[in-house]
Design a protein around this ligand. Structure first.
Ligand SMILES: Cc1cc2nc3c(=O)[nH]c(=O)nc-3n(C[C@H](O)[C@H](O)[C@H](O)COP(=O)(O)OP(=O)(O)OC[C@H]3O[C@@H](n4cnc5c(N)ncnc54)[C@H](O)[C@@H]3O)c2cc1C
Length: 306
């Protein structure tokens, strides 16, 4: 139980939340990170585009190092799920699933997103991700499938855009519909055709995993690929921001100003939950900006009371 009013409660302990915790703790502010521990970073088998790690680093290892760094400077870390935030006069009250209430002057939302998954058993899905046979981040890891045979699961603009992006790494790209039949405009069919991207009407089914390939079945037959990229969209973890009335557009990402302030005074947001590149570098950059804005805004408020 924390009895004092904290300077900041950070909801989410991924790259964004932990970066902000390191900055805030090093600004001599008291900060608590509450993390449900089921974010995207924890599923990264080996990140090779995280600057400073030429041999790559796994998501789990990076998070372990970041937690140690945050704690070293005095941040408190808790594993739990936040279920509610309320504004009580000048403080936020954050409630966890365990029933704990924490008071703070500010809240930083760093809750990330959830990638919609193809239909397949959860254990098979998780093993395929851990073995890089199922991939969610072409920007991060398309380099590793250069000149190999890959599939994108999806349709419409999202499926086509991801296929076109991946086509610059390999000539062998197949766009497979998750359900039976595609939803493609004539323009999209032409974009795929110009690049020699194959179209398979689905429905997508994962048959199993080989050493370095993933087996797939559609109505057209069985195939193997070096990797499959689901392009089925994401669900944004922004419900807590919405419950306070903070602005978010139809896609669900929280709207922030250039200092990561949401439209609700005292509530800040950083990382994938905010519209952006959905990359660790971007999440960490936003978190550094958010933490500095929190520090400066708190200092400004304190000066007004002097
Ligand atoms: C398979 C895969 C590979 C990737 N590879 C790379 C890569 O190589 N390089 C790269 O830059 N990016 C990569 N990414 C993208 C990267 O993971 C994200 O951009 C990054 O993790 C975003 O950081 P974040 O802190 O915003 O969100 P997350 O890492 O998703 O962390 C959000 C945290 O908030 C917590 N949370 C959510 N709701 C609540 C709640 N209500 N209460 C408490 N806690 C909550 C979650 O449990 C989670 O721990 C990859 C993504 C995937 C899926």
């Amino acid at each position: 139980m924390i009895n004092t009013v904290l300077d900041c409660v950070i909801i989410g302990g991924g790259p964004a939340g932990l970066t902000a915790a390191i900055y805030l703790a090093r600004y001599h502010l008291n900060v608590l990170v509450i993390d449900a521990d089921c974010g995207r970073a924890a599923t990264i088998p080996l990140s090779r585009n995280r600057a400073g790690f030429p041999e790559g680093i796994s998501g789990v290892e990076l998070l372990t190092r970041m937690r140690a760094q945050a704690e070293k400077y005095g941040a408190t870390l808790r594993k739990n799920q936040v279920v509610q935030i309320e504004k009580q006069e000048s403080f936020f009250s954050t409630r966890t699933a365990a029933g704990e209430n924490v008071l703070s002057r500010t809240v930083l939302l760093a809750t990330g997103v959830f990638n919609r998954r193809p239909r397949m058993p959860e254990a098979l899905h998780d093993e395929a991700v851990a073995r890089s046979l199922l991939r969610y981040c072409p920007i991060c890891d398309a380099y590793e499938i250069t000149d190999r045979r890959i599939a994108v699961v999806g349709t419409g603009d999202r499926g086509v855009n991801e296929s076109v992006f991946l086509r610059s790494f390999t000539t062998d790209v197949t766009l497979i519909s998750h359900e039976m039949g595609h939803d493609l405009t004539g323009q999209n069919v032409a974009r795929l055709a110009r690049r020699g991207i194959k179209i398979d009407s689905g429905p997508f089914e994962c048959l199993g995993l080989f050493d370095d390939e993933i087996a797939v079945r559609t109505a057209a037959g069985n195939m193997v690929f070096a990797a499959v990229y689901p392009a089925l969209g994401s669900d944004i973890h922004s419900e807590l921001a919405a419950s306070l009335g903070a602005e978010r557009p139809d896609d669900g990402c929280v709207i922030v100003d250039r200092h990561q302030r949401t439209s609700f005074l005292g509530l800040y947001a950083a990382g994938d939950v905010v519209f952006g590149l959905d990359q660790m570098s971007h999440a960490m950059g936003q978190a550094g900006v958010a933490a500095t804005a929190i520090r400066n805004d708190l200092e400004e408020q304190a000066a007004l009371l002097r």
